[in-house]
Design a protein around this ligand. Sequence first.
Ligand SMILES: [Mg+2]
Ligand SMILES: [Zn+2]
Length: 192
Amino acid sequence: MSSSSRPETGQGLVVLDRDGVINRESAEFIKTADEWLPLPGSLEAIAALTRSGFVVVVATNQSGVGRGFITRTALREINNRMNRDIEQAGGRLAGIFMCLHRPEENCSCRKPRPGLLHQIEARFGCSLRDRPVVGDSARDIEAAHAVGARAILVRTGNGTETEHRFDGDNSVEVYDDLAAVARSLINTGDAR
Ligand SMILES: [Mg+2]
Ligand SMILES: [Zn+2]
């Protein structure tokens, strides 16, 4: 986690889910840095967003930690790898916000609850209302809706299954992958 400066006026902030958006999803959890495999084009997409002035933030459920499948050390190594790979591509993450709880702990931060998004609002001193929140699962979309954000679904990870659930729901924007999202956000000058 690096800078936490507030986005300047005219500067965009975009929130990304991690698994299935930036890297490959795994039903068995991503337990080590070696298992963290970026999706094609995702690192370049984050780099393009960064160059265009977007503050890029990750919000991710990692209940494998609470369940004991992922150690804190491994999680730190995974975050280091993600940051390093993104920086090598020319991008930058302004923060990684994680829920490490098990579902049965009923915390307020595990998506679909909006706690992580509220943490981001507090840290960056801005509202996420109408700002892009990108995910591949229904819980990402529901969390986005809970804070009035722009819910953006990608067809990577669980995205194609999720798309059926929101069929005909025009409060969800759907793109093939993070690269397509980045192109759209950059082209429409949505860095607000
Ligand atoms: Mg996901
Ligand atoms: Zn939590």
